[in-house]
Design a binder for this molecule. Structure first.
Ligand SMILES: CC(C)(COP(=O)(O)OP(=O)(O)OC[C@H]1O[C@@H](n2cnc3c(N)ncnc32)[C@H](O)[C@@H]1OP(=O)(O)O)[C@@H](O)C(=O)NCCC(=O)NCCS
Length: 167
């Protein structure tokens, strides 16, 4: 990861447990569509509770300022080829990433994307894929994800030293 536009923010990242969800929701929901805050809360609760997924929270000065979610298996996008389906079965899926506006351009998303990658490796998965409508170029430019049809993944292989290898 190269440098962001402003000095990096010294945030800490926690892997959320169910007890963390209320304050995460309190701090983050203002940036969500008011019509869908209940969906957001439900998502936070599921990702904090279930063993096949994770909710990462970035905390700064006692406030939650960002979140990222990941799951070990997600259905491949409609009309994926057989080879794409097989490929995605070996990868975790990043399903959410948001940094509150006033904390952007300070490396917080980069820290959370690194958490995704660590989690995928720890869970024996070979990469990460993300479905995104507008941010494909951003993932590609900033994190070396490559575009795979309508999906993106970053190849991460686990070897005996746990080193990441970008395909
Ligand atoms: C996209 C988003 C997550 C970036 O978060 P962030 O904490 O500002 O990102 P970082 O500071 O870690 O920056 C990572 C890289 O992205 C670049 N970047 C960040 N925001 C950018 C923007 N709006 N346009 C272009 N580049 C951007 C940074 O310059 C940095 O690259 P660099 O290291 O080469 O300078 C944040 O703007 C956001 O929450 N947006 C709304 C939700 C969203 O789009 N989520 C992702 C889509 S799934």
């Amino acid at each position: 990861m190269s440098s962001s536009s402003r000095p990096p923010l010294a945030c800490t990242v926690l892997t959320a447990r169910p007890a963390d969800v209320d304050r995460a929701f309190y701090d983050l929901n203002r940036d969500m569509d008011p019509n869908f805050v209940h969906v957001f809360l439900d998502k936070l609760q599921r990702y904090a509770a279930k063993p096949d997924r994770a909710l990462f929270l970035a905390e700064y000065q006692g406030r939650i300022i960002a979140f990222a979610t990941i799951i070990d298996q997600a259905p491949a996008p409609d009309e994926s080829s057989e080879s794409t389906i097989r490929l995605l079965e070996t990868c975790a899926c990043g399903t959410g990433l948001m940094v509150l506006p006033e904390f952007r351009r300070r490396g917080v998303a980069a820290t959370l994307v690194q958490q995704w990658e660590n989690w995928a490796l720890e869970n024996g998965l070979q990469g990460i894929w993300v479905v995104t409508r507008q941010m494909a170029d951003w993932y590609h430019r900033c994190f070396s994800y490559y575009i795979h049809g309508v999906t993106i993944r970053r190849g991460v292989k686990k070897n005996s030293t746990g080193q990441k290898i970008t395909l």
